[in-house]
Design a protein around this ligand. Structure first.
Ligand SMILES: [Zn+2]
Length: 197
């Protein structure tokens, strides 16, 4: 389901929230307003006071995110998603299309924590569950990857993130939403995306 954390006690790091607000471009001040209303930082003398190195409740972020989505619509959500990879922390081993799409889920877990513990342990390479995933499944014999999102972020935002990562390694890569599968926009648990290049 879009905008509803899967578990309690999940936090997102300030860097990711900043990447999000920054990705709003000309709508940035609107983003700052809704984030502060949701309890993420606060506006003081017209400026958004916010700690890039802090951690914030995921549900508060999702609440602010939902308010922004209602206000600006899908076009902007796609653009915000597309801007995330250029600002957020991604693993260093990303080298081609396959590792780029796989890395989304790792980055997603690096940038969230539960009960104070990051959901990706870099030493062991282990993911701790609690926030859902960005899927990776290679379709044999084709330049095609199926990615199932079962996280609380909105459909079109995820298509933006996946598109940005895909187009780093193939400028003409196309990411489409598989409309024959369920969609979180309609209350389902997952969305399915197809990456081709
Ligand atoms: Zn969808």
């Amino acid at each position: 389901m879009q905008f509803k954390a899967l578990e309690e006690g999940i936090e997102v790091n300030g860097q990711t929230v900043y990447a999000f607000v920054d990705g709003m471009g000309t709508f940035k001040s609107l983003g700052e307003k809704y984030m502060s209303e949701a309890g993420i930082g606060k506006i003081k003398n017209g400026r958004w006071i916010f700690d890039m190195n802090g951690w914030y409740p995921q549900q508060a972020w999702l609440d602010g995110f939902a308010a922004i989505a209602r206000e600006v619509g899908d076009g902007i959500l796609y653009r915000i998603g597309y801007a995330i990879p250029s600002n957020a922390e991604f693993p260093s081993w990303v080298a081609d299309m396959h590792s780029a799409i796989k890395a989304i889920d790792v980055a997603y877990h690096i940038n969230h924590r539960k009960n104070g513990i990051r959901l990706f342990d870099e030493t062991s390479g282990t993911i701790i569950e609690g926030i859902g995933h960005y899927g990776y499944e290679q379709i044999p014999g084709k330049n095609l990857i199926r990615s199932v999102s079962n996280n609380p972020y909105p459909c079109v935002f995820d298509r933006g993130i996946i598109s940005a990562m895909a187009q780093r390694y193939a400028a003409a890569a196309i990411v489409v939403h598989d409309d024959s599968k369920p969609c979180r926009k309609n209350g389902a648990e997952t969305c399915t995306f197809l990456v081709s290049w």
